[in-house]
Design a protein around this ligand. Structure first.
Ligand code: NDP
Length: 383
């Protein structure tokens, strides 16, 4: 049976890998909407290849170019944030949410309001909106499937189990490319994005290097799997073979293993509750040889400590943490600040006066996000 699919952030790393799976199973899927920020050429190429109904760019200045690139194809072209939300609200069987950053929140919420199935890669949206998003999922009868490899692993380990029987959830972390680098102050963007195991977009690669990725994932796990924050642990596992684990009250620990290839968790979401083929290499444990585990070093990488504190505080704190991190990462990638300043900026924004009241609506979350961005930007200005 053919199913309809929309991919938000189609031109990115997760978007392209999703489309790689769709390409291999063309008869199973009908593509409705594909979106990007400003990559007109990439988006138009994909929209034509997959015969999308509509292609949308977030950047309104790109609309004329998108129209020109789609001329004669019969594919609708649109631009801007309300066009993104309109495209995301077209009813489909599956929405893959793969925009990077809180910019993806509006479209994800629009998809949730349709009550469909959302494969969520865009962790910043869930971190920022927290209960606002989970309440909307419940209210609209939507289904949220985690694409993030760790959360997808936990989701798989929970099949057939009861959340009340979970003693601990353990998120594994590769430790990123800088785990053993001594001088974090002189790290360049090129070094920070050179992840040893995964090939990902620039922002999440920097987040992996700072460990903010694991911090965001801790908050994400807290919303997806309600076991209590004190039951969610992090362990550094440099080989990225075990993607996460669930320990039950009887002492059994279930782990999900697989190659470091995002097409595995993406395929798990696309086919759920069944399974589908992927071109991923089979796991060769004898070739891998050893699996090792370490406690995270929160002195050198304070991100997980900051994220846990924000999650414990709740309310607006995770949205503030996320927004400050997005601004600091962008400044680092633009070579405006040192790598080691990223957590300093985030901590300064979090402790800059009273935190705003807990957001209750999407508009509240977006306001908190914008205010925290302004605060972080001010802190980055030269004195
Ligand atoms: P990329 O940077 O590779 O791609 C991001 C996508 O979002 C692109 O399509 C980009 O369009 C679009 N985009 C960027 N900014 C905006 C904006 N302001 N408005 C609308 N669209 C925008 O990111 P990744 O694919 O690496 O990551 C996407 C999400 O998935 C992130 O939240 C990340 O944390 C999560 N994730 C990623 C993994 C990975 O392996 N890459 C693994 C697990 C989670 P354009 O091309 O035009 O810039």
């Amino acid at each position: 049976m053919t199913r309809s699919i929309t991919i938000l952030g189609a031109t990115g790393s997760v978007g392209e890998q999703t489309l790689d799976l769709v390409r291999r199973n063309r008869d199973d899927w009908r593509v409705v909407a594909l979106t990007a920020n400003g990559n007109v050429e990439g988006l138009a190429r994909l929209a034509r290849e997959f015969g999308a109904q509509i292609a949308v760019v977030a950047d309104e200045t790109c609309l004329d170019d998108l129209r020109a690139a789609l001329d004669g194809s019969g594919i609708e072209a649109a631009a801007g944030s309300s066009a993104l939300c309109e495209a995301a609200s077209r009813p489909v069987d599956m929405t893959v949410a793969a925009i990077v950053g809180c910019a993806g929140l509006g479209p994800v919420m629009a998809a949730i309001e349709q009550g469909g199935t959302i494969a969520l890669a865009n962790k910043e949206a869930l971190v920022s909106a927290g209960e606002v998003m989970t309440a909307a999922v419940a209210r609209h009868g939507a289904t949220l499937l985690p694409v993030d490899s760790e959360h997808n692993a936990i989701f798989q380990c929970l099949q057939g189990g009861r959340i009340e029987d979970v003693r601990f959830i353990t998120l594994t972390a590769s430790g990123g490319p800088l785990r053993l680098v001594e001088d974090l102050g002189s790290v360049t963007p090129e070094q920070a994005v050179a992840h040893p195991n995964w090939d990902m977009g620039a922002k999440i690669s920097v987040d992996s290097a700072t460990m903010f990725n694991k911090g965001l994932e801790l908050i994400e796990a807290h919303h997806l799997f309600p076991v209590g924050l004190d039951r969610i642990r992090i362990v550094v596992h440099p080989q990225s073979v075990i993607h996460s684990m669930v320990e039950y009250r009887d002492g059994s620990t279930l782990a999900q293993l697989g190659p470091s290839d995002m097409r595995v968790p993406i395929a798990s979401c696309l086919a759920w509750p069944q399974r589908m083929d992927t071109p991923c290499k089979p796991l060769d444990l004898a070739a891998i040889g050893e699996l090792s585990f370490f406690a995270p070093d929160e002195q050198r990488f304070p991100a997980t400590r900051l994220a846990r504190a924000a999650a414990e505080h709740g309310g607006a704190a995770p949205a503030v943490l996320n927004a400050a991190n997005e601004i600091a990462v962008a400044a680092f990638l633009a070579r405006k600040i040192a790598f080691s300043r990223i957590p300093v900026v985030v901590e300064s924004v979090l402790s800059n006066g009273e935190l705003p009241a807990a957001p209750r609506t999407l508009e509240d979350v977006l306001r908190v996000d914008q205010d925290a961005r302004r605060c972080a930007t001010r802190l980055l200005e030269p004195a």
